[in-house]
Design a protein around this ligand. Sequence first.
Ligand SMILES: Nc1ncnc2c1ncn2[C@@H]1O[C@H](COP(=O)(O)OP(=O)(O)O)[C@@H](O)[C@H]1O
Ligand SMILES: [Mg+2]
Length: 268
Amino acid sequence: MNAPATLETPAAAPPGAPRARILAVTSGKGGVGKTFLSANLAAALALRGLRVLVLDADLGLANLDVVLNLHPKKTLHDVFTGQASLEQAVLPAPGGFSVLLAGSGLVEYSRLTPDVRDKLLAVIGEVTPRFDIVLLDTGAGISDVVLYTVSLADEVLIVATPEPTSMTDAYATIKVLATQQGRRDVKLIVNQVPRSGDGRAVAGQLKQVIDRFVAPPLGNPVELTLIGDVPIDAGVRDAVKKRQLVVQSMPGTPAAQAIVALAARLSP
Ligand SMILES: Nc1ncnc2c1ncn2[C@@H]1O[C@H](COP(=O)(O)OP(=O)(O)O)[C@@H](O)[C@H]1O
Ligand SMILES: [Mg+2]
């Protein structure tokens, strides 16, 4: 496993220099597993030798730190307000990847002000030359903060569960991304499936509504690619309660193995 990248190298990268692929993890609905998957996928990608950063883009209600049992002294909020450098705020996480954590209970991040916009853009511009993959773990909903964060990503990973409310919100998110941002490629992870393989049916249903209600008015079809599914697993809840990564603490479970397979499918 590679050591997490540090930020000791100079800030400016030459034009055309290699930079991280940026993947936004989003869903519409909350509580579907975005943060759980971001953290565990990052660990699985790091095991493949990739330098991975997870940025907690749930700026006002962050909880990646809770999932990883980290107690950051400096967060993105400190970087945004000039109280910390990026070097101080990018931290190594258990699992061999790096994190940029956000604060919680910060109402100033509930709206996308020009300041937040510029600072988020600048931070992402500065970190991408140092990593192979940057995961943006967004908050729930389709607020302007979430949509802006997703607009900064090269690829969108939608997390949905087989529940009708989650599927409806996933569809609504995809529709907004297609109509407002011109997204034509969206990746899907179906989390909390009763049985491995059940994600196909969820993807099929989503594709049907997208083809019917999103593609025709826009002309070009929206391509939904199923990356895979992750079974619902009581052990996951226990691991989350103990603040452990399932890919580390229970690598033999179907959920951990499914996440390792997702990482393989997402790898270059
Ligand atoms: N595959 C799974 N099996 C069982 N429980 C899960 C699974 N994925 C997520 N969970 C549970 O759902 C909770 C919410 O997940 P979280 O990642 O915080 O959602 P989000 O970031 O989308 O709001 C987790 O704390 C965990 O208990
Ligand atoms: Mg979350």
